[in-house]
Design a protein around this ligand. Structure first.
Ligand SMILES: Nc1ncnc2c1ncn2[C@@H]1O[C@H](COP(=O)(O)OP(=O)(O)OP(=O)(O)O)[C@@H](O)[C@H]1O
Ligand SMILES: [Mg+2]
Length: 342
């Protein structure tokens, strides 16, 4: 089912938390809500699910407003970070619970639980109590229980936090697989940029109860709409320059562009800054990060960050205090207009 959110405003204890959120999702789309703690991600999910009263705006599922509908009629399921399982009950009982409420006969329930456990790769765990399972297994049970309700829209509020990187990746792949098989419209709330970039059709980047940008992973990473959006996805250099006759000129690089004439800053990611031997710029600092190293270089334009393979840096014998030449590789970049020149 497609999901449309129109100018949604939500207040909690008389304080407005969501300030006019608009978002459209196609049927079967997978999006991530990304943003700093407290920006309103959980509030947005709860509002969509009907667990919070909205102040203004509309929520439409397949062109029909669900604002007046109770949560259980909306065709949605929400999985919370704390999972909300019943620890002393068996896996079967936990997963079967939504069906028990719907008065699905016991043998049908049993059969469905069996299939759901297969889907989340927990076959044979029917009689295990949830309290005796690992974190990753509990998350699979929570996922299976969510799917038991056969939702059209799946809302996941950081269900993989607290897992180590390996398990997180595994859970991510499982969710993606289930999403593809069932074509469920899915919203995943996450703090993890990489997870959002890898898994989503689109990412809604939130800050302070608003959406800063809603776009594909590639666009949001490469063409951030603001410096705030740019910085959320990692470090960035801003190179000041001027555009005249569709050419951007700066002291560090030049590039063709279709921008109007004027003063701009070009955003350049550290990975797009390569260093060579020679040149007159001073290496201020080198930080080893494993495969890559971060190098800070002093230039006439201020300090610039480069991310280089650490082995390559050693091959070139570039060291702190030495000199290097900067080459900016990625010339198709994001541009920000500069007011007042300089
Ligand atoms: N019941 C409540 N009453 C009043 N304010 C609340 C309530 N719940 C949340 N808030 C406030 O609303 C804002 C958004 O909270 P929300 O839980 O939606 O953030 P979040 O983006 O999910 O954060 P996190 O990443 O930490 O989970 C915060 O400033 C929070 O303090
Ligand atoms: Mg939250």
């Amino acid at each position: 089912m497609s999901l449309t959110i129109e100018n949604l405003k939500v207040a909690l204890q008389k304080k407005e938390i969501l300030h006019g959120i608009s978002l459209y999702m196609e049927e079967g789309e997978f999006i991530s809500l990304l943003g700093p703690s407290g920006c309103g991600k959980t509030t947005l999910l709860k509002s969509i699910a009907g667990l919070l009263k909205i102040g203004q705006g509309d929520i439409l599922v397949h062109n029909t407003s669900v604002v007046e509908m109770p949560p259980e009629k909306r065709g949605m399921v929400i999985v919370f970070q704390d999972l909300r399982l019943f620890p002393h009950m068996t896996v079967e009982r936990n997963i079967g619970f939504p069906m028990e409420i719907q008065k699905v006969p016991k043998d049908v329930r049993k059969e469905r639980v069996k299939r759901l456990l297969e889907e989340v790769q927990l076959s044979g765990f029917e009689n295990r109590r949830v309290k005796d399972m690992s974190g990753g297994q509990k998350q699979r049970v929570a996922l299976a229980r969510a799917l038991a309700a056969d939702p059209e829209i799946l809302l996941l509020d950081e269900p993989f936090s607290g897992l180590d990187e390996h398990l997180r990746l595994e859970m991510g792949n499982l969710v993606k697989k289930l999403h593809q098989e069932r074509n469920i419209t899915t919203i995943l709330v996450t703090h993890e940029k990489r997870e959002a970039l890898q898994m989503s059709d689109r990412i809604a980047l939130m800050s302070g109860g608003q959406i800063l940008q809603y776009d594909t992973p590639k666009n949001i990473f490469r063409k951030p709409a603001s410096k705030e959006a740019a910085e959320y996805f990692g470090k960035a250099n801003y190179v000041k320059g001027r555009v005249e006759n569709h050419r951007f000129c700066s002291r560090l690089f030049e590039a063709d562009t279709d921008l109007e004439d004027g003063d701009y800053e070009a955003m350049v990611r550290p990975l797009s800054v390569r260093l060579e031997k020679g040149g007159t710029d001073t290496i201020l600092n080198i930080t080893f990060m494993g495969e890559m190293a971060e190098v800070e270089i002093e230039t006439p334009e201020g300090s610039v960050l480069s991310h280089m393979p650490s082995l390559r840096l050693e091959e070139l014998e570039l060291e702190q205090g030495g000199q290097a030449r900067i080459i900016i590789e990625e010339k198709e970049t994001a541009w920000f207009r500069r007011e007042g020149g300089d």
